[in-house]
Each structure stands twice: as structure tokens, then as C-alpha cells.
Ligand binder design. Structure first.
Ligand SMILES: [Zn+2]
Length: 314
């Protein structure tokens, strides 16, 4: 019998589930609220409810992308800053109890899932190794080397947002100063705008989540201060990319997430800075590509986590 894989992407607002066939075709999709801010118990209830909605589908394995650090071997959620009460939470054990099923469950970091999704079905297709950067609230990442997700010795690989680009820079949520996330993310845009009197005034009353798009609109209307913020954003992204490329020697860097909507406003400076700092320059064949799958990358990547997890445990 042909196998089916269920992929689940847990976000701050929604939990999305998708079933794919062995050939990679989508067979079904469902969505529910995550209520992540109300804590892990509520989240687990919602997750179990979503999975039960797929009952009778004959699923071979479940892959789940979680916004946090995971120990995939034991199925433990080590930490998730945006979900309360989650330190060393036995995720797969509790979930299997809740859904009362022996279907294997594999967990993975959500940004790593997005990287897998883009690698297999999006902008990374045809590449051997990629780094994916997700520009959202923070600066997320996932690394695929020689066709395999590189998780690291402790599951922390791909935490590219905490590359230090200025040791005396702004304080980051991780407790250090000058991480690239404090310069290239939604949080960074909020800080930069708040420190700029003229921009603060023009964007007063804009919700934090809408701030990058409003700032992009200003830049498209040729507002010089807004243009200069995006130039700085792009240049710092280029610095980050050059660090990753100089260490990993990948040819493909995929950039996605909500802030990639301002692509044309920052990519020129990104390429300029990457060219300047990558040893051997772009003639090595480096390509910085815009992600192709949008929100689908994470949930599709989770389907692949289910598939590869099953392959490895067989
Ligand atoms: Zn940091």
C-alpha cells in the first residue's frame, strides 16, 4: 500500500496540517487556531483535535514543525520562547497519548522545515546544499547540506539570527548584543523606526506587524528616510549571507518570510555587500533567491520530516 504523510506547521496564530502522497501530491489540508500564547496544554489540545480530523486517512507518519529548539531523537521540545511552560516538554510522548495512536511522530524546528520545503519543492530545487533565511518577527534559518537537514549536535543548528554583526549593538531577545536579528527582522524595523523621529511620526499608530509593509510603501513613494532604512537592512542581510557562505560554501541562499515582500527595496544592497565579503565573490556561482512557496514551505517541509523520519527509523 502506498504511504501517506501528514505534515503540521505550528505557528503563533494557526496550526496547519497537510497530507501528501508518496509522489508529493497534496491529498488534504486543515487548519485550526494554535492559541500558543495560552500555553502548551491548550496548544496540545488544539493539535490533537486537528490530527483527529484526519482520522481514517491511513497516515504512515506525522512530521511537526515547532517554533523552538527540539531534540528529535527523544521527541522533546527543549525550549520555545513563544509558548509558555515548554522547557524540556516530552512532546511526541504526550501527543501520542492524546491521539491514542501508534503512528510515528517526528518533530523538527519550524525554520528547518521551511528550508526542507524550499529545498525539495521551491526555490532550492536542483541545489545540493542550501541555507534558507526566514525574515519574520525574527531572523530564522535552516541549513541543508548534501541533501540532508543539518540539525547540529544539540539541535541548535540554523539559529543564524544570533550571528553577531556588532558586539556593542542593540540588545537581542537572546540576551546578547548586536545579533543580526536586531538589524534584520520585524523587531529590528520597529526599533529603527522608533529611533527615527521623522519616520516615527509618519508611521505613528501603525501596528507592529504592519510596520515593515508600511515602511516599504513609504520607500516606494520615494521617502528618503525609508529608502535608507531598507538600504541598511539589505546591507546587513548581505553581511549575514557572506558569513554563512564563507563558512558553508553553499551556492544557494533562499530568503523568505513576510519581510521578503520588500525584496526589491533591499536585495540590491544585499548582493552588493555579499559580493564584497564572500571570498572568491559571486563568480563562485552564489545565488540569492526569493523563496517560492510562501506559507506552504513549513507545512510541506513537515511532510518531508515525516517521510525521512520514517525512512531512518525503518
Ligand atoms: Zn541574539
Amino acid at each position: 500500500m502506498k504511504r501517506k504523510f501528514l505534515g503540521i506547521d505550528i505557528g503563533g496564530t494557526n496550526i496547519r496540517g497537510k497530507i501528501i502522497s508518496e509522489e508529493g501530491n497534496t491529498l488534504g489540508e486543515r487548519k485550526t487556531l494554535s492559541d500558543a500564547r495560552m500555553g502548551i496544554s491548550r496548544l496540545m489540545e488544539n493539535l490533537a483535535g486537528l490530527i483527529e480530523g484526519f482520522a481514517g486517512e491511513g497516515i504512515s507518519a506525522i512530521g511537526i514543525g515547532i517554533p523552538g529548539t527540539v531534540d528529535r531523537a527523544s521527541g522533546t521540545l527543549v525550549q520555545a520562547p513563544n509558548i509558555a511552560n515548554t522547557r524540556n516538554f516530552p512532546f511526541t510522548e504526550i501527543l501520542s497519548e492524546k491521539i491514542g495512536s501508534a503512528t510515528p511522530v517526528f518533530i523538527e524546528n519550524d525554520a528547518s522545515c521551511a528550508a526542507l520545503g524550499e529545498y525539495r519543492a521551491g526555490a532550492g530545487r536542483g541545489s545540493n546544499s542550501i541555507v534558507m533565511i526566514t525574515l519574520g518577527t525574527g531572523f530564522g534559518g535552516g541549513i541543508i547540506l548534501d541533501g540532508r537537514l543539518w540539525s547540529g549536535e544539540n539541535g541548535f543548528a540554523g539559529e543564524v539570527g544570533h550571528m553577531t554583526i556588532n558586539p556593542s549593538g542593540p540588545l537581542c531577545a537572546c540576551g546578547a548584543r548586536g545579533c543580526i536579528e536586531t538589524y534584520v527582522s520585524q523587531v529590528a524595523i520597529k526599533r529603527i523606526v522608533s529611533e527615527h523621529a521623522e519616520l516615527s511620526e509618519k508611521l505613528a499608530g501603525t501596528e507592529e506587524s504592519a510596520l515593515p509593509e508600511s515602511l516599504a510603501e513609504l520607500a516606494r513613494e520615494k521617502d528618503q528616510a525609508a529608502i535608507s532604512v531598507w538600504n541598511g537592512f539589505g546591507a546587513n542581510l548581505g553581511v549575514g549571507i557572506s558569513i554563512l557562505v564563507n563558512i558553508l560554501d553553499v551556492k544557494t541562499v533562499v530568503v523568505g518570510g513576510g519581510l521578503s515582500g520588500a525584496w526589491e527595496l533591499f536585495i540590491g544592497k544585499t548582493l552588493e555587500e555579499a559580493e564584497r565579503r564572500c571570498l572568491g565573490g559571486m563568480q563562485r556561482g552564489l545565488q540569492v533567491k526569493r523563496a517560492a512557496l510562501g506559507d506552504d514551505a513549513g507545512v510541506l517541509g513537515a511532510c518531508y520530516v515525516a517521510e525521512t523520519g520514517l525512512g531512518e527509523s525503518c
